[in-house]
Design a protein around this ligand. Sequence first.
Ligand code: FMN
Ligand code: ADP
Length: 238
Amino acid sequence: MVGRPDGPRDPIAGPDIPQAPFPLKLRGPVIKGFGRGSRELGIPTANIPLSGLSIGGHDDLESGIYYGWCTLDHSTISSSTTSTTVPSATDDTSTPLKSSNHAVADLEYPTPHATDDASSGNTVYPTVLSIGYNPYYKNTQRSIEIHILANFPRDFYGATLSLIILGFIRPEYDYVNVDALVEDIRTDIRVAQRSLEREAYREWRADVWLRREASAEWVKRKGEQVGQTDGVGKSQME
Ligand SMILES: Cc1cc2nc3c(=O)[nH]c(=O)nc-3n(C[C@H](O)[C@H](O)[C@H](O)COP(=O)(O)O)c2cc1C
Ligand SMILES: Nc1ncnc2c1ncn2[C@@H]1O[C@H](COP(=O)(O)OP(=O)(O)O)[C@@H](O)[C@H]1O
């Protein structure tokens, strides 16, 4: 795996209009990751199961850092987030630490866009995400890790996260230390923010995929498929 190349980063990623394979539409329940995002990096990332990529047949999507829009449906939290039922990517069954975002606390996040009434689950957030093996940590399993450009008062494990990926920023790299990784993620956040401000990217916030009705329908169908015992998702380690 390559280390990060020297030199300045581009301020914007991707063409003025999203091009194939984008948009990519993913959905899944927020599950536990390795607990490093908040604790070690100060940048929380919401993980969804790898099976989220299968929805559009994107299992072989290139690993790397992407940006897009997402929504959260909090209504699935109460039914699927006790300490025993949240699917976990680790063997760690301890209560997750309260999220901490100290490495990005100074970044100004835009006011989220409400396509509808915010309490109805249709608040659309800009996101930057990593799909891959986190070479700095040498993971053996691929994971989908989504940092939402917003400040949340508490964790939302079990929420259903719907995502539209619109662009690719860079491949994953290994780093000399954690500060170098954090610095690049901070740049990714700014790149994502600027890239999404373009009109042809902004208009995707209104897509039906991000609406609560679409996620509710998906949760219902998934429940019918797997039965009541399995909850709404699988662990990403499966
Ligand atoms: C925008 C973004 C870029 C990232 N880039 C890299 C990278 O280049 N190399 C890497 O090893 N990990 C990268 N990561 C992944 C972090 O290492 C990962 O989020 C962290 O290990 C937390 O994992 P956890 O949520 O499973 O605890 C990136 C994460 C984000 C959100
Ligand atoms: N801005 C944010 N973006 C993503 N997740 C957030 C954010 N703020 C709080 N969270 C919460 O923090 C959790 C991620 O914290 P993290 O330390 O990375 O743990 P994990 O390894 O379990 O993913 C998410 O699952 C979510 O519940």
